[in-house]
Design a protein around this ligand. Structure first.
Ligand code: NAD
Length: 486
């Protein structure tokens, strides 16, 4: 038994469900013959309407007392909690991460809505001593207006939640364009907010292809800010369009995240966490571990341990609760990841585990957890984001060589170090160029009350989540009141 699916999976504009447009099948990547539903791809006209609806709803939402806005978000969080099992199953079926991960992601989205509900009760500004005896001087954060939220498919409920919840909490209205691979999960988020009492037009959903509706959203005169998570190629193009029109743009992009295993590490723990970072969600996380830099004396034992886990972890249908690794999310992802594995072979890399499709699982987009070594230092395998369950091992002779290798990438999202030496751990935390650093923990996995984001090519430099979200979704207004003349 699941939640009801209304006919065609469509957009939600000005409080109405709209299902016009080119039809596309929503497929289950574990079994691509399983059609979950049909979605209607919106065109630029509907995107334009959604921006206008968000602009029309803005004055009312902005003037709604912040605690009342928070109450709606809290109720939406509670509804997501109650529906987490059903939504999690749908998410696993639609996106392909295992049902265990998918339910937990849904619960995370619920927690994010409640967290930002609580933020609506926090102080929203500061008072200052004035140079004048009679002036009351304060500065307060105000919403920026209509925000375009553009999200990827790989965390189809948590990433939207960590953008939409603060945008709404701080008084903005939203036009949201999720990735077109995950229409059903996106609809579930909107339903929770509608059921919680969100007024029409405050959150508008556009189910459509980025190439068709993206430009309308990014360049629309009613839109003040764009928050984007996705690939570098699309993100940088969005940034150029936004900045050329004087709009705020926040980008969270790709990663090529290192895990450094020093010779004194607990190798069992390091192997388990590197496997988690590399293989969970089939490696389709921006914070996934990709390059594993190991001090030479422990390379043999570590690589045996990691390869053993890669072989042991069950690859299977995302809806099977015993699967640890589900499929890649689409045929295109499968093709990309198999292409990288072919490059590894052609270049003479050694494949210690995995290396290809799990053929016995039929037509699903399954790739075995893969461990590579002897990869050429200039190989694309070590430079580009693969976005699949692939860990590449690299031996080094010292801590200095390890940190140099770890930083040798255009990206800077997350990084791990495994060591029992607190001095080495702190040195790594200082010297690694990354937005998130983990010590004796996998490179993926975030808590929502702290800032998240990358450096270098992984981001535009701003931060999401926690109180950092307020920076992007609000701006300062400073007010001088001369009380003598009031
Ligand atoms: P993508 O760039 O293909 O798509 C992201 C979103 O942009 C989708 O909604 C897509 O429809 C939209 N889009 C496409 N063309 C557009 C255009 N011309 N204008 C406006 N929007 C457009 O990325 P993806 O394949 O969905 O996601 C995977 C990527 O996301 C990976 O690179 C991953 O590292 C990155 N990611 C980053 C983070 C982070 O927080 N740094 C988190 C998750 C994923």
């Amino acid at each position: 038994m699941g939640l009801p699916i209304r006919g065609t999976l469509g957009s939600h504009v000005a409080g109405r469900w709209v299902a016009d447009g080119e039809a596309a099948d929503d497929l289950n990547p574990s079994r691509p013959t399983d059609v979950i539903g049909r979605s209607a791809m919106a065109g630029p006209d509907l995107a334009d309407e959604a921006c206008a609806a968000a602009a029309a709803a803005y004055p009312g939402w902005r003037s709604t007392p912040a605690p009342a806005r928070g109450e709606i978000l809290r109720q939406a969080g509670d509804l997501l909690d109650v529906r987490a099992d059903e939504i999690g199953h749908e998410l696993a079926r639609e996106e392909g991460k295992t049902v265990v991960e998918a339910v937990s992601e849904t619960l995370r989205a619920a927690a994010l809505f409640r967290y930002y509900a609580a933020q609506t009760l926090e102080p929203d500004g500061d008072t200052y001593p004035s140079a004048s005896r009679t002036t009351f001087l304060y500065s307060r954060r105000e919403p920026v207006g209509v925000v375009a939220v553009i999200t990827p498919w790989n965390f189809p409920i948590a990433i939207p939640a960590w953008k939409i919840a603060p945008a709404l909490a701080y008084g903005n209205t939203v036009v949201w364009k999720p990735a077109d691979l995950v229409p059903l999960t996106s609809i579930r988020v909107v339903e929770a907010l509608v059921d919680a009492g969100l007024p029409p037009g405050v959150l508008n959903l556009i189910i459509g292809r980025g190439s068709t509706v993206g430009e309308t959203l990014v360049t629309h005169s009613a839109v003040s800010a764009i928050t984007f998570t996705g690939s570098n190629a699309v993100g940088r193009a969005v940034q150029l369009q936004a900045v050329a029109r004087g709009k705020r743009a926040q980008l969270e992009l790709g990663g090529k995240n290192p895990a450094v295993v020093l010779a004194d590490a607990d190798l069992g723990l390091a192997a388990e966490h590197v496997a988690r970072g590399s293989f969970l969600s089939a490696g389709q996380k921006c914070t996934a571990t990709s390059r594993v830099i190991v001090e030479r004396p422990v390379m043999e034992e570590f690589s045996e341990r990691l390869s053993a886990l890669a072989q042991e972890w069950k690859v299977g249908d995302a809806l099977d609760p015993t699967s640890r690794v589900g499929p890649l999310s689409s045929a295109a992802q499968l093709e990309t990841v198999l292409g990288y594995l072919q490059t590894a072979r052609t270049e003479g890399a050694t494949i210690l585990a995995g290396g290809g499709r799990a053929d016995e699982l039929g037509e699903g987009y399954f790739v075995r957890p893969t461990v590579l070594t002897d990869v050429r230092p200039d190989s694309r395998i070590l430079r580009e984001e693969i976005f699949g369950p692939v860990a590449t091992l690299l031996a080094v002779d010292s801590y200095d060589a390890a940190i140099a290798a770890a930083n040798d990438t255009p990206f800077g999202l997350s990084a791990s170090v495994f060591t029992r030496d607190l001095g080495a751990a702190l040195a790594f935390a200082n010297e690694i160029k990354a937005g998130v650093v983990k010590v004796n923990l996998e490179s993926a996995g975030l808590e929502y009350q702290v800032p998240f984001g990358g450096t270098k090519d992984s981001s535009s430099g701003s931060r999401e989540q926690g109180k950092a979200a307020r920076e992007f979704f609000t701006e300062w207004k400073t007010v001088y009141i001369d009380s003598q003349r009031a």
